[in-house]
Design a protein around this ligand. Structure first.
Ligand code: PRP
Ligand code: URA
Length: 209
C-alpha cells in the first residue's frame, strides 16, 4: 500500500491557511501555492540517494555528499498543477517537466484528457505528479495509469489538499504510489468539491470564473 505523508511543517500549514481564505487574491494565491510547493518539494525528495564526493575547500579536502544522478520529471496535471511547478523547480532545477491536460467533466465528474507532452525518456525517470487537489481521485488515477502505460515505474503524487475519498481511490487503483499532501480534509460535497478545501484551484490561480 502506498504511504500517505501529511506535511505538517508550520510554514506549510500557515501558508495553506492563507491559500484557503476566500479573501486571498489570485496574485497572492499564486505566490502562496508556489511557495508551498517549494516547501513540499523538500520533503518529497527526502529519499533521493546521495553519493560521496571529495571537494577541496580553501582549507582542506572535505568528504561531502551530492545527489546521486537522479533523473526526475515533474508532471503537473493541467491547469491547476501548473501553479506548483516553478516552486518545485527552484529546488530541483535539473528536473524535466511533462504536461498532462485533464479536466473533470462537470456532469459525469470523470476526467477527460486533452493534452500530453512528456520528456522522451520519461520511462527512465522518477515522476512527481503534481496537482493541488485530490478530490474523487479520478484525475490522479487516470494520470498515473497514463504514465504507467508509457513505461514509468516510479511515481509519487503531491497535492496540497486531499479528500479521504481521493486517497482511497488512488490507493485502490495504484498501491505502489506514495502520496504527499499538506492536508487531508473532511469530505466531498454534492459537486465533488473538497470540504472545506479551497474552492476551484484552477479558477483561483488564474482568475477565471
Ligand atoms: C481539478 C484539480 C484536479 C481535479 C481533482 O481540476 O486541479 O485536477 O480537479 O478532482 P478529482 O480528484 O475529482 O479528479 P479541474 O478538473 O477543475 O480542471 P482545471 O485544473 O483545468 O480547472
Ligand atoms: N477541484 C478543485 O479545484 N477543487 C475541489 O475542491 C475539487 C476539485
Amino acid at each position: 500500500m502506498g504511504k500517505v505523508t501529511v506535511l505538517d511543517h508550520p510554514l506549510i500549514q500557515h501558508k495553506l491557511s492563507l491559500i484557503r481564505d476566500e479573501k486571498t487574491s489570485s496574485k497572492e494565491f499564486r505566490n502562496l501555492v508556489e511557495e508551498v510547493a517549494m516547501l513540499m518539494a523538500y520533503e518529497v525528495t527526502r529519499d533521493f540517494p546521495l553519493k560521496e564526493v571529495e571537494v577541496k575547500t580553501p582549507i582542506a579536502v572535505a568528504k561531502t555528499k551530492r545527489i546521486a544522478g537522479r533523473k526526475v520529471a515533474l508532471v503537473p496535471i493541467l491547469r491547476a498543477g501548473l501553479g506548483m511547478v516553478d516552486g518545485m523547480l527552484r529546488l530541483i532545477p535539473a528536473a524535466k517537466v511533462g504536461h498532462i491536460g485533464l479536466y473533470r467533466d462537470h456532469e459525469t465528474l470523470k476526467p477527460v484528457e486533452y493534452y500530453c507532452k512528456m520528456p522522451a525518456d520519461v520511462h527512465e525517470r522518477d515522476i512527481i505528479l503534481i496537482d493541488p487537489m485530490l478530490a474523487t481521485g479520478g484525475s490522479a488515477v487516470a494520470a498515473i495509469t497514463f504514465m504507467k502505460e508509457r513505461g514509468v515505474k516510479s511515481i509519487k503524487l503531491m497535492c496540497l489538499i486531499a479528500a479521504p475519498e481521493g486517497i482511497a481511490a488512488v490507493q485502490q487503483a495504484h498501491d505502489d504510489v506514495d502520496i504527499f499532501v499538506a492536508a487531508v480534509d473532511d469530505c466531498l460535497n454534492e459537486k465533488a468539491y473538497i470540504v472545506p478545501g479551497l474552492g476551484d484551484a484552477g479558477d483561483r490561480l488564474f482568475g477565471t470564473k
